[in-house]
Write a protein that binds this ligand. Structure first.
Ligand code: ANZ
Ligand code: ZN
Length: 850
């Protein structure tokens, strides 16, 4: 038939693949193994275009690798625990479990419509007890190995709702639901000791050659390894109860002569000692506590301090004293929780010094800038030390070494390495997460749940009518005999951070026995993931936690790899134009205008103008932005699939932009993609008959295209692959019928099959090919046909470009001259004259000088 009908074909081929179990990953295969993984979705309710783009990319690679003879594992599952499910429960009274299951069912059906080459037999959700039970076992293994810890930590406490809030739930220092000013409170929390691996996690970034440089840099900064000096400040005449000395940490020991104050965190023992005797100090500390706990919040808050009235002795000049403050910008859990302030060369210290009118002595300057005063900006650049005693004249790096050497020799300090990375607090006072498998016994302390009793299953009968953790107020769930002494004890009611769930799901995809988290040999046969694809928003935490978790399992002998993702690709977002209508509100005397956003499917074009269908109001086109509900610029994948089919949607997602960039969704784009799908169908019809005869040019282009698309897919440069497919399609449609044309068409179908699998299967069947195109071997380019045989000459007359011409490579110059002079345009310019000179640059240029 002339038209390809995606509606019928999509579901027909999807059923065929399912019936034939085409994409089942065979762990026992002896073929080379490749695992392709896209970050698994959170079951929020609907698939959005960002998902479509993400999964289309991974799918092309998975399908191409299969055709290239690999055993491929391309799985799908659900990152199913987390707050939104509890919010739904609180707002709409649905159980988090049923809300999540419904969403999964809806999204699975949507994903299946895309025709993804997924092994659905391995699907799981992290809220399945079969999954989180194994996670509990791994937690206990890590606990046994000393990689889990229980200690006090600061949390955001909502005093009205009586609950802990996640950082995202604190908005401008207030609880998102209660609106109450959030307090900082100390709670006993569980931690995974990621800092034990800080050095390795930073160092091994260098081995991740197939990761974007940007992501490696972000991780490096997050881990934040820095070298510096830890040294002792002596408190001048420390009063009763105040420690006589304390340690500070600095990464700029070279600037020590520029110190103008010392400061400690509000939670530092010195602060506590001072506050014991000062109501003003207590008030300052309470006020500072009210700001959020996140480092970023502290970073951006106004720098404030409390002058303790005490002073410390300058370690390099015993005659100098520095005032000692309690300051809100000093973090307790970094370095030693205390600093020396050098305002000239640190911005925070400068802001602080200006506020409290402290001196700002410059100690580093570029030659000639020694007298340039420090204004509002600290100088953090290179230079030589000035006004710095024995350091004067040294460069920054040398001066650092000199101060560290002096401190070590004199015994008041030590060169050290520190990391910004903190241990990973995994306790969440929430219901919808993996229960931490611990029992608290008054006699025995914290007792691990025996493995035979796993999984510790979440109770279903919980209430969300009150704030706080439903597990805490469940009538019976908490009560359990102590596994050690048998006396009545209580379960831990904290659940694990959902980032734990996503830190090992790829291992469970690779191997999922019933009786243990994974089988080591099977998991190692698939891992590391050859290509991981997802959003840049996960560049730090998820990827770092996954790298840590894998390493932690390796360190206790459970797996033989340390890096889980060999290749990483972070794709751009899907954007769309925004549309605004204006409404006039108010009365006739004082009307005012109000903007509102209008969804693309509520628009129509009347007399060439965009209008809102329901009101007829004219529409202004706004900026192209990430698709979002609030701007109403969302295009629903289901509507697109209904109208254009899966192949057109996939083709457009792959075609328009380099995959790392944003992709602007447009009607023109999807319609263009849809036309190309139809063209492929016509090309398949052309190929039904194969009369004799060759076409060397077309054959060469075919092989060039095989080579090009193969490499483009390897590099995930799908837009380039698409451009090459267009080029070959054009050439095929222009060519006369021949065996070469038929071969070119069949090759094109195989090359685009990973991108538009449904029309490719339909065409394959049309051409009477055996089996599925998904199983067909990938075309291989003939090297001899890739060698360029033609050269493009620029032809100039008196230095001016008049013509270009293709000639055989390496043609003798006499023949080049003759061929060029015979060109009509050239002949017209030469007009019968005898050239003075003809300059020939072989394979590139001819200049005829008259
Ligand atoms: C004196 C100094 C002078 C500093 C100077 C910087 C520039 P990075 O490099 O990011 O690791 N610091 C140390 N502990 C701190 C804490 N608990 N809270 C807030 N700030 C703290 O940062 C190290 C620098 O951050 C240290 O070096 C210290 O300030 C500050 F021209 O010491 B510096
Ligand atoms: Zn006990």
């Amino acid at each position: 038939s002339v038209r390809f009908d995606p509606r019928a074909a999509d579901s027909r081929w999807q059923k065929r693949w399912e019936a034939a179990d085409t994409f089942r990953a065979d762990s026992s295969s002896t073929k080379p193994k490749t695992m392709v993984l896209e970050m698994f979705p959170y079951p929020s309710g609907r698939i959005h275009m960002g998902h479509v783009r993400n999964y289309a990319m991974g799918d092309v690679l998975a399908r191409a690798r299969r055709m290239q003879g690999h055993a491929v594992l391309h799985p799908m599952g659900w990152d199913a625990f987390g707050m939104p499910a509890e919010n739904a429960a609180m707002e709409r009274g649905v159980h988090p479990g049923s809300w999540t299951r419904q969403n999964i069912a809806a999204m699975r059906a949507q994903l299946k419509r895309l025709g993804l080459a997924i092994d659905w037999s391995r699907e799981f959700a992290t809220c399945d007890p079969e999954y989180y039970g194994h996670e509990q076992a791994l937690f206990l293994d890590l606990l046994k190995a000393g990689l889990v810890d229980r200690r006090d930590a600061w949390v955001n406490w909502d005093p009205v709702d009586n609950t802990v809030l996640a950082n995202e739930q604190v908005i401008d220092g207030r609880g998102w639901r209660s609106g109450a000013a959030v307090e900082r409170r100390k709670l006993t929390q569980w931690f995974l000791k990621i800092t034990e691996f800080a050095d390795e996690l930073a160092a091994d970034l260098a081995t991740l050659e197939q990761w974007p440089e940007k992501v490696r840099l972000m991780q490096e900064n997050w881990i934040g390894k820095s070298k510096g000096l830890r040294f002792r400040f002596d408190v001048e005449a420390a009063p009763e109860g105040v420690p006589a000395s304390f340690d500070v940490f600095t990464t700029r020991p070279d600037t020590l002569f520029g110190a103008s104050f010392a400061a400690v965190a509000i939670d530092h023992p010195i602060a506590a000692a001072v506050a014991a005797g000062s109501e003003a100090a207590q008030a300052f500390i309470a006020d500072a506590r009210a700001t959020g706990t996140a480092a970023e919040e502290i970073e951006t808050a106004e720098k404030k301090g409390f002058d303790t009235g005490l002073s410390v002795v300058h370690p390099l000049d015993a005659t100098r004293r520095l005032p000692l403050f309690i300051a809100n910008f000093v973090l307790m859990d970094y370095g030693t929780g205390a600093i020396f302030g050098c305002p000239a060369h640190d911005q925070r210290d400068l802001d602080f010094a200006r506020k409290y009118m402290l001196p700002v002595p410059r100690v580093v300057a570029l030659p000639g800038e020694e007298d340039v005063p420090i204004g509002d900006e600290a100088y953090t650049g290179p230079g030589k030390l000035i006004n710095s005693g024995f350091l004067t004249g040294l460069d920054v790096e040398t001066a650092k070494m000199a101060v560290i050497a002096r401190a070590e020799a004199e015994g008041w300090g030590q060169g050290t390495t520190v990391f910004r990375l903190r241990d990973w607090g995994v306790s969440r006072q929430r219901y919808w997460g993996t229960p931490i498998p611990i029992i608290h016994c008054e006699a025995c302390g914290t007792v691990p749940v025996p493995k035979a009793d796993l999984p510790v299953v979440l109770p279903d009968d919980v209430t969300f009518d009150r704030p706080g953790n439903p597990l805490d107020r469940h009538p019976t769930w908490r009560n359990v005999p102590c596994p050690q002494c048998g006396k009545p004890a209580r379960r831990e009611t904290d659940t694990l951070d959902t980032f734990v769930d996503s830190s090992w799901y790829f291992i469970r995809f690779a191997s999922q026995p019933a009786d243990k988290p994974f089988d080591r040999a099977e998991a190692e046969s698939w891992l590391p993931v050859a290509q991981y694809i997802g959003g840049i928003e996960h560049a730090i935490l998820h990827l770092l936690y996954s790298r840590f978790f894998t390493r932690a399992l390796a360190s206790i002998g459970q797996i033989g790899i340390t890096e889980p993702f060999r290749g990483l690709f972070t794709q751009g977002m899907v954007t769309h134009e925004t549309y605004r209508a204006t409404a006039w509100v108010g009365d006739g005397i004082a009307p005012s205008s109000e903007f509102y956003w209008v969804a693309p499917d509520e628009l129509e074009t009347v007399d060439g103008k965009l209008r809102e269908k329901s009101t007829g109001r004219s529409i202004a086109i706004g900026r192209t932005e990430k698709m979002s509900k609030s701007k109403k610029n969302v295009v629903d994948p289901d509507a697109i699939l209904d109208r254009y089919g899966a192949d057109a949607a996939r083709w457009f997602m792959l075609s328009d932009s380099p995959p790392e960039r944003d992709l602007a969704w447009s009607l023109a784009g999807i319609e263009g993609a849809s036309r190309f799908v139809q063209r492929l169908w016509r090309i398949a019809n052309l190929a039904k008959d194969a009369p004799d005869g060759g076409n060397e040019e077309l054959t060469r282009l075919t092989h060039k295209t095989i080579d090009g698309i193969t490499h483009d897919i390897d590099r995930l440069q799908f837009n380039k692959a698409v451009a090459r497919a267009y080029e070959l399609a054009n050439a095929i449609e222009k060519a006369k019928p021949s065996i070469a044309r038929t071969e070119a068409a069949v090759t094109l179908l195989r090359l685009v099959a990973p991108m538009v699998p449904h029309v490719a299967e339909e065409a394959w069947a049309l051409l009477g090919e055996q089996g599925l195109i998904a199983d067909a071997p990938w075309p291989v380019a003939e090297p001899a046909l890739l060698v360029e045989t033609q050269a493009t000459y620029a032809v100039q007359v008196n230095g001016k470009l008049r013509e270009t011409v293709e000639l055989a490579k390496g043609l003798p110059r006499a023949e080049v001259e003759a061929a060029v002079l015979a060109l009509p345009k050239v002949a017209a310019h030469v007009a019968g004259a005898t050239p003075k000179k003809v300059i020939v640059v072989p394979d590139r240029l001819v200049n005829i000088v008259l």
